[in-house]
Design a protein around this ligand. Structure first.
Ligand SMILES: Cc1cc2nc3c(=O)[nH]c(=O)nc-3n(C[C@H](O)[C@H](O)[C@H](O)COP(=O)(O)OP(=O)(O)OC[C@H]3O[C@@H](n4cnc5c(N)ncnc54)[C@H](O)[C@@H]3O)c2cc1C
Length: 313
């Protein structure tokens, strides 16, 4: 749905708005169309009011993090896209309470910056996120993680703005964190608090370095990608198989459609080159899914979130 008179949605709110805004530059793939309206809110209150108005007027609303797990359709998206990239939503607060501390980070705060800052302060708890590009909100939504753990391991509480504009804080014991999944309801992560502990700064730094080195040695970190394109599928015996291994065994590494390709280094990384379209990447995704189905009889489900007109929240 095109927003009919968009300024009535936000003109009295503490936000910055862009009409017909390109979304590609906000994503790691760097491709895809435009948003009817891109809003950068300056407070939780402004955001909550905007959310409530979108619900009232039947306008789809999506939230963009650092765009590291996002693919936008070539035709862009309808309604409102919110990006929490103002100083208010990038803030991080450190609450020293002896050896155990709670760090509160707003939804748009950079996870990479947090991972670097904690060792400087002699705090341990989020090293497992080294090398994973994310905003705090995007990391929580995806329960991002890998070999060394996931973001959920450190979460103390999450504050959400729900689709009707109301706000609620979920305590750790109310949240289930699973593989690239949480049971948090639909809505926007306004902030999250993490439990971290005092530790030797050099040891913390060393762990971050070691985890990052491992990631760099196994994954093509510099390609325009969204990390792993597919979730690791659950096999009949309940175990999880590596999607990258299945793609590799199916001989699909290096496969190309136009300017989109399967990485030679890691089968689950699908990348794009300059000039690529989302249509090319989607065709490649389908080709990989078909190839894996034919070779292994396994259905691969995408981990990357796909935004398309008419399919908004
Ligand atoms: C090079 C590379 C390596 C990667 N390696 C890993 C890895 O090792 N492990 C891993 O798990 N992932 C990995 N990823 C994927 C990505 O880093 C994670 O999925 C990350 O959590 C995405 O966060 P984001 O802020 O970029 O979210 P986006 O991509 O912007 O959004 C992803 C989803 O989160 C939602 N979202 C964003 N912000 C909020 C918010 N405030 N509230 C509610 N929902 C929100 C969006 O609406 C969307 O549905 C990698 C990506 C790249 C590019």
């Amino acid at each position: 749905m095109i927003v009919a008179s968009p300024s009535s949605l936000y003109s009295d709110l503490d936000v910055t708005a862009e009409l017909d805004a390109p979304l590609g530059p906000h994503t790691w793939f760097g491709i895809g169309g435009r948003a009817d309206l891109l809003i950068h809110p300056n407070s939780v209150e402004a955001l909550a009011t905007l959310v409530a108005r979108c619900r009232r007027d039947g306008i789809p609303l999506r939230v963009l993090g650092s765009g590291a797990n996002l693919l936008v359709d070539d035709d862009g998206v309808d309604g409102v896209v919110v990006k929490l990239d103002t100083p208010y939503f990038k803030a991080v607060e450190y609450n020293a309470e002896g050896p155990v501390q709670r760090v509160r980070a707003f939804g748009g705060a950079s996870m990479e910056a947090l991972v670097q800052e904690l060792p400087r302060r002699g705090l341990t708890g989020l090293e497992q996120m080294a090398g994973i590009p994310a905003s705090v909100g995007g990391a929580i939504r995806m329960n991002a993680g890998g070999k060394f753990g996931a973001v959920g391991d450190a979460v103390d509480a999450v504050a959400m703005i729900l689709p009707d504009g109301s706000q609620r804080v979920f305590r750790r014991d109310e949240i289930e964190f699973g593989y690239r999944h949480t049971n948090l309801p639909k809505g926007i992560v306004a902030w999250a608090s993490f439990i971290v502990r005092e530790d030797d700064p050099a040891a913390c730094r060393e762990r971050v370095k070691e985890y990052f080195k491992y990631k760099k040695s196994t994954q093509p970190m510099d390609a325009a990608s969204a990390g792993c394109m597919f979730k690791n599928p659950t096999m009949p015996d309940g175990s999880r198989e590596s999607a990258g291994r299945l793609i590799d065994l199916a001989g699909l590494k290096g496969l190309r459609v136009g300017h989109a390709f399967v990485s030679d280094k890691h089968g689950n990384f699908l990348g794009v080159e300059l000039g690529a379209t989302t249509a090319e990447l989607c065709a490649l995704i389908e080709a990989v899914q078909q190839g894996v189905k034919q070779r292994h009889g396994v259905d691969l489900e995408t981990e990357v979130v796909y935004w398309k007109r008419g399919e908004g929240a």
